[in-house]
Design a protein around this ligand. Structure first.
Ligand SMILES: C[S@@+](CC[C@H](N)C(=O)[O-])C[C@H]1O[C@@H](n2cnc3c(N)ncnc32)[C@H](O)[C@@H]1O
Length: 265
């Protein structure tokens, strides 16, 4: 190794992430780091040494092979959410479907769907105006026509006339009492509105989104959720009790119960 920038990055990252992970992270950071001037480099190293996620430091993450802008206002898209997108793409090959993503964050889900199914009509909403700004920017970077709008799904006033074929959501699902069990770098840097739900109502987003789906899905339309693995069967019961059929839990590549699909008849 004869690259001083790489050496400095590894020195900063190895104590936090371990050697292997630090080397892996450097693959993503180095192409950016070589462009930094002295001040930018110092600033980035200071942020990295405080365990700030590297994706926020370089302002980018890759999702489904698509480079996306991320900021402190957006959750960093996760690999299990790529699996949710993959499940939808695998299950639906028709040309003219209408899709809504609820709680879109960086716009990762609608962007990956529209990228791979350009003829679909894709919409997405979020309560966070700042996250929506980032999502709009991300879609624009790839010339993707996606409608983004602000909405609070727990108090929604949006009534779409046109029915949808697919509703998907990776909603906030971590009970606030589990806060202390989380990694410091998630807790300190990622938006809490994207992560947490009240202890009293851990399934509230699933309940409300399912209610919304019942009036907004076409007959035969599909509902997709990302799950907290510890709540999977409770969410399944809730969705079944609301009258959905074919309610199925799907495991992720780690064998965890992380996705659910259901049909509205
Ligand atoms: C777990 S994050 C998912 C973000 C993105 N879909 C992803 O997979 O990376 C949940 C998202 O829901 C949004 N959200 C939180 N409360 C909401 C509400 N009441 N109505 C609509 N969106 C909400 C948050 O701002 C956040 O972007």
């Amino acid at each position: 190794m004869n690259n001083p920038v790489l050496e400095t990055l590894l020195e900063t990252l190895t104590p936090i992430y371990g050697k292997r992970e630090a080397e892996n992270i450097c693959k993503y950071i180095l192409p950016e780091a070589v462009k930094w001037d002295k001040t930018q480099q110092e600033d980035a190293l200071r942020r990295l040494s405080r365990s700030e996620p590297w994706q926020y430091v370089i302002g980018k993450e890759w999702f489904y092979d698509i480079e996306l802008k991320v900021t402190a206002d957006t959750l960093i898209p996760r690999p299990e959410t790529e699996e949710l997108v993959h499940l939808i793409l695998k299950n639906h090959t028709s040309q003219n479907l209408s899709v809504l993503d609820i709680g879109t964050g960086s716009g990762c889900i609608p962007i990956a769907l529209k990228f791979n199914r350009p003829t679909w009509k894709v919409q997405a909403c979020d309560i966070s105006e700042k996250a929506l700004k980032v999502a709009v920017e991300n879609a624009k970077a790839y010339n993707l026509e996606i409608r983004f709008y602000q909405d609070d799904i727990l108090n929604t006033s949006q009534n779409q006339n046109e029915k949808l074929d697919i509703i998907v959501s990776n909603p906030p699902y971590i009970p606030i009492e589990e806060k202390d069990l989380m990694h410091e770098n998630v807790l300190m840097y990622e938006p809490h509105t994207a992560l947490f739900v009240e202890n009293k109502q851990p399934l509230i987003f699933y309940e409300r989104i399912a209610l919304y789906a019942k009036t907004h899905l076409n007959k035969g339309g599909h509902l997709y959720f990302e799950l907290n693995e510890y709540n999977a069967s409770r969410v399944k019961n809730e969705i079944e009790s609301q009258g959905f059929t074919d309610v199925t839990i799907h495991n992720d590549l780690m064998g965890k119960q992380r996705m659910l699909s259901a049909v509205w008849q």
